[in-house]
Design a protein around this ligand. Structure first.
Ligand code: GMT
Length: 377
């Protein structure tokens, strides 16, 4: 290791892919000997076992009665400044421009210029919030003032430039999965709990936000299950859950669909599945498809956002236009009915996850960015 760094990490600790990536990155940096301080409103859900290099600082929100809305952003900025000073942090790596980068920049003003701010864009702050005129100037400011900015796909870099008219360099740092956690597990016994040996298992994992188009998953499954004996597993929950349940009932699929709710050890559920469905409207990367890939499970997805950078159509999965459930079902049938095509694709998935989205390489890339902003070559 070059020089041991003291790094503060702020993310949404319980939210989807960005929280997972930020937490996994922190754990890998700590394993490499860096001192990592998570500064968040609750314990990141994937933090796991004790590590002497990992610290957790909880942001407490002041709910003083004159505040109509408790000022979380100010509490976070103040905590970031406190921890940075007390622990002599070299930098803050914040995930999401709004509000985290803005809070980190305020902390930097309080602490002094020595403290560097690295901001990672994950998608929603650009593809949704940047289109809101009341926030776009603030997001532009957060990006321009950060010492370095990274994004999880090339598509997200282009969208950021297009929507915010930004010229500042943005580093591409793809998401990754820890190959010690995501690999094809031995789950034959568990698989029997979900399906008969002659049935295939399709899976969808998300937070059931409208952008995930989860009802398309039901439409695709409906078409596939007419020809191929199969089951569908839903993992996760969120605002569209009841709509999805209605669709499942309407199509008479209730006895073939299992709602697993929120699950922590998704590598097990992925390993017992045959195909992942991800028909999203927007997706800056699609971490869940990478998790599936690393477990040897091909994904059939929409060609939205950064997904085509992750999945090579026809090689490591199949892509169709957003909303084209007919085509996605056709690809699923092709994949599930031809063992040769399936085995080839499974091998391609394992190789791609291991070598292109390798946790070691991407952690090294982030370290290089840290040394660069700190001017410690
Ligand atoms: O997709 C979500 O609803 C969650 C969101 C998040 O903050 O985790 O996901 C975004 O970041 C992930 C990690 O970089 C990406 O894999 C997802 O594609 C991205 N979601 C969107 O762009 C909609």
């Amino acid at each position: 290791m070059k020089e041991r760094l003291k790094i503060g990490i702020t993310c949404y600790p319980t939210l989807g892919g960005s929280g997972v990536v930020a937490t996994e990155l922190g754990k890998l940096l700590a394993e490499k000997g860096h001192e990592v301080h998570f500064i968040t409103h609750s314990m990141p859900f994937r933090l796991g076992k004790f590590d002497k290099n990992i610290f957790y600082h909880e942001v407490e929100v002041n709910d003083y009665y004159v505040f109509k809305y408790p000022p979380y952003d100010l509490s976070l900025a103040s905590k970031l400044a406190q921890v940075a000073q007390l622990e002599e942090l070299d930098l803050l790596h914040v995930h999401y421009a709004i509000p985290h980068a803005v809070c980190a920049l305020l902390a930097k003003q309080m602490v002094g210029d020595k403290l560097k701010v690295v901001t990672t864009l994950h998608g929603t702050d650009i593809t949704v919030l940047a289109q809101d005129e009341s926030l776009s100037d603030l997001i532009r400011y957060a990006i321009n003032q950060s010492d370095a900015v990274t994004a999880v796909s090339d598509d997200l870099i282009h969208e950021t430039r297009r929507l915010l008219d930004i010229t500042k360099p943005i580093d591409l740092a793809y998401n990754f999965v820890d190959k010690r956690v995501y690999y094809p597990r031995e789950v034959q016994a568990l698989r029997k709990e979900f399906a008969h040996p002659d049935e295939k298992i399709l899976i969808h994992i998300s937070n059931f936000r409208p952008v995930k188009r989860v009802t398309d998953v039901v439409e695709i499954f409906d078409r596939v299950s007419r020809d191929i004996p199969s089951r569908l597993l839903f993992v996760g929950e969120g605002p569209e859950l009841s709509k999805v349940l209605c669709k499942v009932k309407e199509l008479g699929l209730l006895d073939r669909v299992t709602f697993c709710g929120k699950q922590d050890d998704v590598a097990q559920l992925l390993s017992l599945s045959d195909v992942m469905l991800l028909p999203s409207e927007k997706e800056s990367f699609g971490l869940v498809a990478l998790e599936a890939m690393a477990c040897g499970v091909p994904t059939i997805a929409s060609n939205a956002g950064g997904i085509p950078e992750l999945i090579t159509h026809g090689e490591s999965g199949f892509l169709a236009e957003i909303g084209d459930v007919e085509m996605m079902a056709e690809y699923a049938r092709k994949l599930l009915s031809d063992q040769d095509v399936y085995e080839k694709m499974k091998a391609a998935c394992l190789h791609r996850a291991r070598f292109t989205f390798c946790n070691d390489a991407i952690t090294r890339q982030y370290e290089q960015i840290y040394y660069r902003v700190l001017e410690r070559p």
